[in-house]
Ligand binder design. Structure first.
Ligand SMILES: [Zn+2]
Ligand SMILES: [Zn+2]
Length: 474
């Protein structure tokens, strides 16, 4: 009798009850360490090596304890078995640039006032919960949020970690830090994302310390900062052992962030930073080993993709995720989406979009994967696979793109020891997709099953796992 067959027969009733409870939509609660085995499918580990065929992954409690060819992995007799045959297992995806306070609405100028007039903080909390759940259901098991009010950011992160609500594991910046009066650092956007305006470098350091003391996971340095501002923020953050992500487009801003020691350069090469950066800057970024996250797809690809298929805006999944009121407001905001202020420079961005991404792919830069998820028409349910697809279309191999969105992203965010790959000892975050992403990367849009911290949040486990009586005699 094969080990798989034995498992099916001996699967424990309590394990089944737990997994099914988690799937029923009820908030997952702490559970006695259960054993889970995902068996049969192809395994992409997160490393850039050939996949393992007909593989098995064994999970005990929140951790992976074994992974390899099913013929070699010993599946414990009491494990709950999930049949992944014909599909592909890979690490849970990591989003290195998301925004829970937005979920695809067309305009910050009307979205944040709409929240204020429809429940205020209660609505903001609901929006953030919806965003976090959408991310998780899209296979994004960890998300870096880069701009939201402080109290709500910490609260949603902690409630997800305690299992009170279902969502992607959040690491949060709280408000971003920007220079008073800088372009892009004012108005509805700044207010809605909880942005802080500073006017001296000393003030930047004080705000960084205040945020760190409040418990944020990292700092987002936004627009218009000087070299001294970046240095002050980086010094204060690193003294607290947290990372700094910079929102930078123009060559001079990127140069300053690089020289000040900012940990991750966000947006570089996207959004009309035309012409592409100088060879010298690219070389310096590569030599420094400084990670870049291009956020390429939003605007420059999302806009023409929507022109081709505007029906994507009425994806039934959005209606289900949002509820009638939010869905109606988002639809209203996107009725004439091609006229939105957010896309006013998109023609110029499209002109340079390919060179903007290729300059980093071809240079050998350390590339993470992040999307500005939640920005206009950039829905949490699909932003990351769209971003990954752009990188593949621009010349990144599918395997490298998947590694970027998993193992490399985990390293970039400082969680390389715990997250990002499927191997013994790592936290059990993994997904199962229908289709081979190494052949067609958009298979990542078909997420059948999501496991986070060893708990199943999405998937047809109830059908795959049969109670002992059902399989007796087979
Ligand atoms: Zn940004
Ligand atoms: Zn952003």
């Amino acid at each position: 009798m094969s080990s798989i067959r034995r498992c099916r027969i001996l699967v424990s009733a309590s394990a089944v009850a737990c997994v099914v409870a988690c799937l029923s939509g009820a908030a997952p609660r702490a559970q006695a360490p259960g054993r889970l085995a995902l068996v049969g499918g192809m395994l992409i580990t997160g490393y850039e090596v050939p996949p393992i065929h007909h593989a098995a992954v064994v999970i005990e409690g929140p951790r992976i304890v074994a992974a390899g060819p099913a013929s070699e992995v010993k599946v414990p007799a009491d494990a709950t078995l999930i049949d992944t045959s014909g599909r592909v297992m890979l690490p849970g995806l990591i989003e290195t640039h998301g925004h829970l306070v937005v979920l695809g609405h067309g305009s910050y100028e009307t979205w944040f006032p709409w929240i204020a007039s429809h429940g205020g903080d209660a609505m903001l909390t609901r929006v953030m919960e919806i965003s976090a759940k959408q991310l998780l259901m899209a296979g994004v098991t960890t998300t870096i949020d880069l701009g939201a009010p402080l109290a709500q950011s910490l609260s949603i992160r902690d409630r997800i970690n305690r299992g009170e609500i279902v969502g992607s594991r959040m690491l949060v910046s709280g408000p971003w830090i920007a220079r008073l009066g800088a372009a892009g650092a004012g108005g509805a956007m700044q207010v809605g994302f909880g942005g802080l305006n500073i006017s001296t470098s000393a003030e930047a350091a004080r705000e960084t310390e205040r945020l760190a003391a409040a418990g944020v996971d990292h700092i987002k340095a936004h627009s218009g900062l000087t070299l001294d501002d970046y240095k002050a923020i980086v010094d204060a953050a690193h003294a607290r052992r947290i990372k700094v992500y910079a929102h930078v487009y123009a060559e001079q801003d990127v140069r300053h962030a690089l020289e000040a020691g900012v940990d991750v350069l966000q947006h570089v090469g996207s959004a009309g930073t035309a012409p592409p950066y100088s060879k010298e800057l690219i070389t310096d970024i590569v030599n420094a080993g400084r990670p870049v996250v291009v956020t390429a797809a939003h605007r420059a690809w999302v806009y023409p993709d929507t022109a081709e298929f505007p029906e994507r805006l009425q994806d039934p999944e959005l209606k289900k995720a949002f509820g009638a009121d939010i869905y109606a407001e988002v639809q209203r905001s996107l009725a004439s989406w091609w006229t939105l202020g957010y896309f006013q420079r998109t023609d110029r961005e499209m002109l340079y979009r390919e060179r903007g991404v290729k300059q980093f792919i071809e240079s050998g830069a350390v590339m993470g994967m992040g999307t500005d998820s939640g920005t206009p028409m950039n829905f949490h349910s699909e932003a990351l696979w769209r971003e990954i697809k752009v990188h593949v279309d621009m010349g990144m191999t599918p395997m490298r793109a998947i590694a970027a969105a998993t193992r490399v992203n985990a390293q970039i965010i400082g969680k390389g020891r715990e997250l990002g790959s499927i191997e013994p000892g790592k936290i059990a975050d993994l997904i199962v997709v229908n289709g081979n992403p190494l052949f067609d990367i958009t298979a990542l849009s078909h997420v059948d099953l999501v496991v986070k911290d060893g708990l199943v949040y999405k998937g047809a486990v109830a059908a795959a796992v049969r109670p002992p009586t059902a399989s007796r005699g087979k």
